[in-house]
Design a protein around this ligand. Sequence first.
Ligand code: ADP
Ligand code: MG
Length: 249
Amino acid sequence: MLKVESLSKSFGGQQILHDISLELQDGETTVILGPSGSGKSTLLRCLNLLETPEAGALTIESDTVRFGGKLTDESVRTMRRHSAMVFQQFNLFPHYTALQNVALAPQLNGKLSKAAAEQQARELLTKVGLEHRMDAYPDHLSGGQQQRVAIARALAISPDYLLFDEPTSALDPELEAEVIRVLVDLARENRSLVVVTHNMAFAQKVADRIVFLAGGRVSYNGTPAGFFSSDDTRIRKFLNVYELIEYKI
Ligand code: ADP
Ligand code: MG
């Protein structure tokens, strides 16, 4: 379970997230939608404590952190163990091969020996369709391949929650499709996923839950069916941009 209670976040005196409360169940795929600047990335980063909210609380599984005072390094470490982030720009280590990128974290956190981490990396790279590219450096991989390495790397630390911030926004449609296929596989395995994306087909067909942010507030939290048939003016305006009302994909 991932629970956010009354979370608020400001930057330089300007409040970006207002009193966000959410409860996500394990095994669910949650898609966060919303216009640019609505606070999607900030919310996702708060879940991984890449940003520190000023108020509220975050619970993942049995660990809770309350915001407001100074967070201890230990509570940050404890909370971060529960999730792994996949970024729009992949963020792979350029001087490491695909295999080394995926094998690194479990060795650094002392969870696996080098041999075990490399064995796991081979399995994860095979899972994302990169068994033939394990020894390639990021520079020699397409964007879609790099993002699949980044997903394998996130999986390598066995997080409870996988967080994706627009994982396909830097990719051409063809490469986007290969990354979306991996996300669909993870969703079907009942992994717990939180995905910020503009891929409306994924949101409509794969999500268990849609969270719609507008102006830093949760303005919808419910099923995709309810979202895509909503009469709410703000939601209709957002969906009209994608012309989904006509296409009905
Ligand atoms: P989204 O991902 O929905 O496009 P963001 O969470 O990136 O939105 O940003 C929400 C708002 O917060 C924007 O107005 C953005 O300019 C502001 N913001 C985000 N990160 C920072 C930061 N590190 N410092 C100052 N303002 C920020
Ligand atoms: Mg963003």
